[in-house]
Design a protein around this ligand. Structure first.
Ligand code: BV8
Ligand code: ZN
Length: 264
């Protein structure tokens, strides 16, 4: 028996290509996704902490994301703020100090190029660091809020505050009430307009590109399956496998700053 019939030459080649589409930063997967993006008239992008990791911002579930032993889930809640607003503000001051020194990277800028190229485009980010708008992104929803915005717990006034560190506890310029970060914490609802805009984009896109998210925080975690059900091609770029990796059409393993610019 010769080698070709041993393996079944055609089947082997096909399966190996499919298998590779599901792993690594393989050129075939990158070319496939690049072609789909080039041909698409509607593209949605979902980003998470991984895209900012390449700018030096620690991720949430990575080892460097811990502040004093607290996990994000312990501090990013209305209960934690009610119990100890100073502690929560100290955590945000630590992050504000870190983020203030960081800049957008090649992946953030590549997504701005994509925004300008695609007829219907929407970027949905879970990141609160503001690096997408800093890089020039305009068609975006920051669905978990923005670390440079504050909201009054008394009168609801929303403002921008870039003080680093912010004096603790910060007070409302109009009513002197206690200010909190204008960020969506666990157990809180997303802004309905942001959510609507994001769901519309996810349900109507031809390609959903998911970059650097662990895919475990809802409702963003449901976007991949919503897009899939609506018939979109779903692609993931991540350094490591995630709960989405097995179900997406194209999975590319690699760093956002290396892979995303290659897609254009
Ligand atoms: C809501 C703001 C309605 C704080 C954040 C049980 C089951 C299902 C759902 C729930 C449940 N219990 C509670 C819920 C709901 C809950 C939820 O989903 N919980 C999870 C944990 C189970 N969700 C909510 O509460 C949401 N609201 O549902 O409203 C409601 C109302 C009341 C009661 C019920 C429901 C609100 C969620 C808002 C959460 N806010 N943070 C702040 O930032 O200050 S979440 C926090 O996680 C961050 O904001 C972050 O954006 C988000 C997601 O994390 P990622 O961005 O994915 O980051 P992560 O570190 O996890 O992963 C990084 C990834 O990057 C990794 O995969 C890594 O491999 C990769 N990577 C690393 N480097 C690179 C890279 N990739 C590429 N290149 C690299 N260089
Ligand atoms: Zn106020």
């Amino acid at each position: 028996m010769d080698r070709a019939s041993d393996y079944g030459s055609e089947g082997w080649g096909f399966n190996s290509l499919r298998a590779r589409h599901h792993h690594m930063g393989h050129p075939a997967a990158i070319q496939d996704l690049k072609a789909r993006l080039a041909g698409a008239r509607a593209v949605a992008v979902l980003t998470g902490a991984g895209i900012s990791a390449d700018s030096g911002v620690p991720t949430f579930r990575g080892a460097d994301g811990l502040w004093r032993t607290y996990r994000a889930e312990d501090l990013a809640t209305p209960e934690a703020f009610a119990r100890d607003p100073r502690l929560v503000w100290e955590w945000y001051n630590w992050r504000r100090e870190l983020i203030a020194t960081k800049s957008p990277n090649a992946a953030h800028y590549a997504l701005v190029d994509l925004e300008r190229r695609v007829e219907r485009f929407w970027l949905i980010t879970q990141n609160v660091d503001g690096l997408h708008p800093a890089g020039g992104a305009q068609k975006l929803s920051e669905i978990h809020g923005n670390i440079w915005k504050v909201r009054c717990t008394q009168c609801g006034h929303v403002g921008t505050n870039r003080a680093v560190p912010i004096p603790i506890p910060p007070h409302c310029p109009t009513c002197n009430g206690l200010l909190r970060p204008h960020i969506v914490w666990f157990g809180e609802s997303l802004d309905p307009a942001d959510l609507e805009r994001s769901l519309a984009a996810v349900r109507s896109c031809e390609v959903l590109l998911i970059v650097g998210t662990s895919g475990i925080v809802y409702p963003a975690a449901s976007f991949a399956s919503l897009a899939k059900e609506a018939g979109a091609c779903v692609a993931e770029v991540n350094l490591d496998p995630t709960p989405n990796t097995q179900s997406v059409d194209i999975a590319i393993q690699g760093r956002a700053k290396d892979i995303v610019p290659e897609l254009l």
